[in-house]
Design a protein around this ligand. Structure first.
Ligand code: G3I
Length: 346
């Protein structure tokens, strides 16, 4: 074979190998379901975890721990604005679809997270010089398109995430600056029109503790209800630590303040960072997880509990926080059994 022919052959071979490599790593490719999965323990209500698409693809232990433990899924990042509409009118649902397909094939409930948030926005939204009419159109188009895409597959949505600052005032993101507080009403009304069967939640950080932010949260959702905005529930994230976490009485107070408005509530992002001497810290961590599960189980309209992550290795807090129910090698911690006992058998 001539040198030229060999060169052409080698170039073609390299091109084919690159093509195959890109195809194997394409966004949206199915997530293989491990064989011989054990069914999750039957619990009284949905018990979920935030699922990272990179972790689910790269770590078989993470994937097995998730599939054998939980009955609900919240995509950790794959449904956020920067992931699904990174550029205007350019939609990328592949990775979120892969997670939703995995959930449906394995009988998991899906919580959509999140439609409107001032964080993880692509630059074209966060940095835009918007008139109210322009941004209203962009928000409506985003919410309508994403909710319609998942219609019938997502049981509930975190429609608006973390609208409040720690002092209880509305957080100053682009939506509040340009549209005022009514952006929240608009987001919920748009989501309901796109999927009338999905439950619609407002999701908030640190609303579980007493103080101005909790009072503002209750006032905010009471106002939405008064205006007839289609809101079904409130998500309390409950990112906490083993040395100080909301006591059951504190959680029961806010859970009942919200359900008294005719709303469902969920614990939506529970994790308990380890603080203090390790042996005691694991014990306190188990108590923290169990106390939260016990509080939710005591309130009929607390319709689910989701932890924010599966194994420490992939936690948003970093492995050193040791905040999740499984350690960095995917081994269950005492907190998992404690939570299950407290949450109640199905
Ligand atoms: O997608 C990029 C990737 O292209 C890049 O290579 C990589 C390295 O820079 O960054 C990737 O983006 C990261 C993104 O997660 C997706 O993995 C961001 O840097 C990182 O900041 C982002 O962190 C997420 C965080 O929200 C952002 O605020 C965490 O994973 C996620 O667990 C966390 O979740 C939030 C909830 O949505 C809302 N409640 C609070 C909770 C904790 O902050």
């Amino acid at each position: 074979m001539s040198r030229r022919a060999v060169t052409v052959f080698l170039l073609l071979l390299i091109a084919v190998l690159i093509g195959v490599g890109l195809w194997l790593r394409r966004p949206g490719r199915p997530i293989p379901i491990p064989s011989h999965l054990r069914h999750p323990a039957a619990l009284a209500r949905p018990f979920g975890a935030a699922v990272s698409i990179p972790a689910a693809r790269a770590d078989s232990t993470y994937l097995r721990d998730y599939l054998e433990t939980f009955t609900s899924m919240t995509p950790e990042n794959a449904m956020k604005w920067d992931a699904v509409q990174p550029d205007r009118d350019s939609w990328e649902f592949g990775e979120a679809d892969a997670l939703v397909t995995l959930a449906r094939k394995t009988g998991k409930r899906v919580r959509g997270h999140t439609l409107v948030w001032g964080t993880q926005l692509p630059a074209w939204v966060a940095g835009g010089h918007w008139t109210p009419a322009q941004l209203r159109a962009v928000l409506v188009d985003h919410v309508r398109t994403e909710v319609a895409h998942f219609r019938g597959k997502v049981e509930s949505w975190d429609v608006v995430n973390e609208p409040l600052a720690n002092d209880g005032r509305l957080a100053g993101d682009v939506f509040l600056r340009v549209l005022g507080p009514s952006y929240i009403d608009l987001a919920f009304r748009t989501a309901h029109a796109a999927d009338p069967h999905a439950r619609l939640f407002l999701n908030e950080l640190a609303g579980e503790l007493p103080g101005p932010k909790q009072d503002a949260l209750v006032a905010l959702v009471a106002g939405l209800r008064r205006r007839g905005v289609p809101i079904d529930g409130v998500g309390l994230e409950d990112h906490t630590e083993s040395t100080h976490y909301p006591r059951p009485a504190q959680l029961l107070t806010i859970l009942r303040r919200l359900t008294s408005l005719g709303l469902d509530v969920e614990i939506t992002e529970l994790d308990v960072a380890l603080r203090g001497p390790p042996r005691l810290a694991l014990e306190h961590q188990a108590e923290a997880y169990a106390a939260t599960a016990r509080a939710c189980a005591a309130v009929p309209r607390c319709t689910g509990l989701t932890v924010w992550g599966v194994t420490d290795r992939w936690s948003w807090l970093g492995a050193q926080a040791q905040a999740d129910l499984f350690d960095a090698r995917g081994r269950p911690k005492p907190a998992l059994a404690a939570l299950r006992r407290a949450f109640g058998r199905g």
